[in-house]
Design a protein around this ligand. Sequence first.
Ligand code: G4P
Length: 542
Amino acid sequence: MNQDSPVASHIARQVAKRRTFAIISHPDAGKTTLTEKLLLFGGAIQMAGTVKARKSGKYATSDWLEVEKQRGISVASSVMQFGYDDCVINLLDTPGHKDFSEDTYRVLTAVDAAVMVVDAAKGVEEQTIKLLEVCRLRNTPIITFINKMDREVRDPLELLDEIESVLKLHCAPVTWPIGMGKRFHGVYHLINDEVLRFAPGEEKAGQDFETLRGAQIEALREQNPMEFETMDGEIELVRGAGAAFHLEDFLAGKQSPVFFGSGINNFGVREVLRALVDWAPSPIAREAVTANGEVRQVEPDEPAFTGFVFKIQANMDPNHRDRIAFFRVCSGQYTPGMKVKQRRTNKEMKIANAVVFMANERTRMEEAYAGDIIGIHNHGQLQIGDVLTEGELLTYKGIPYFAPDMFSKARLRDPLKSKQLQKGLRELGEEGAIQVFAPLVDSSLLMGAVGQLQFEVVEHRLKAEYGVDAVFERSGIHTARWVTCDDAAHLAEFVKAQQMRLARDVDDNLVYLADNHVNLSLAMERWPKVKFHNTREHGQQL
Ligand code: G4P
């Protein structure tokens, strides 16, 4: 594009400032604590405890729904924008394990980088593995923060080894711990050749820890010879293994810079923030499919506004189908009142009331650029994956549905409500709250989710918004795969033989439902020409 035009260079300058990321971790590794400290650095909150108080993972489900009902609270905490060192940082929340849902996955399609928090006492845990798999789909650059060094933890070399072998992610340590637990003295910065001295104390937020160089480091070494000796040996091994940081490998999602610290003590947090500002990418071009089926890269500084919906949040008001669609801007500039086209319906709509999310409030969005997340109020017109543009009709790739691994059937308490149930499930399915499957040989609908909370939310919303009182019963299905086959006759044969196990999803795609993994593997062996997919794109007909 013409970089000389004032509009173009204004947009390009704004885009270059943006950093949009999520924190991924297993529950209890320290995500909330780190979020809070990052917000303190950014000046977005003044007091520790603000985020923690609303940490949804700590609520029981019933409380969570209550919290959800107090509009805004969970919505506002889902995206946080703050400034740091001339950058505009968008931090997207990925909910903890109790409310683990497809949303968690989809949030990762809207970020340009991720910070992975690992509990140094526990190492790589299950949820981190799942979330990292999703990051890998788009080669998202990952910064690693090894947390809780103020405790007695595992050997740092062993932790790196585990990240490399379990997550298949090369590690490039940027800082290295000097001791741990009661004898944790700080970290050595491998690139800057300095020591950041640790001093415990939660209220250090925003203050600098002491930085030691040259003779100061030697003085600390004399006081703590054992910890330094261990560190020297470890660093020698790390350097010998050639694990130096390479920006290109990080940006390609192949190598992760690793920082050690203690979130609760605010120690090592600034280094993570610096890595985000200095190394994490500003929004890059995204692949889209044009109206005539061609694939093209949409540059973030193109003047025409485009973006996509990656999450829908219901406001839980039983009288209104009032929703907030979380929209990731991919190019151009948002201005209040602008008219856009919705790709799926080909209709024009006006975005008059978009909101931006600050740490504990939402305010009217005045302008937004690629990388920013805006909240668009709507009454059910917007669905996940929907693309809005200033004219050109395009579809963004890479907003997937994941094969669910939990399945339920809804049984009505009042059989006369069957129509409302079908309507409710269809609409909630379209919205992305849950996946809905219609078995080929059975008239009841099956729901699939990746987290139990999705069922509980749907049960609650069916009652509140559709007046349907239904009991959700676990089904015997274990997993699902979308199926395709290039050979139509072969597919017809497969459908005939397997119809008891087949269903259609909201976009009419064929889905194979398996009771267990053995059952799935047997089907895959028996029907080698049929392809079994564990993800599919939104709005995509396979
Ligand atoms: P999460 O969002 O990933 O689930 O984790 P969260 O930040 O809530 O942290 C989980 C627990 O780990 C909390 O303790 C928190 O205080 C503690 N923690 C976080 N960072 C550090 C650290 O650097 N060092 C130590 N020693 N602990 C840390 P909790 O007892 O569950 O909660 P709370 O009573 O402290 O709020």
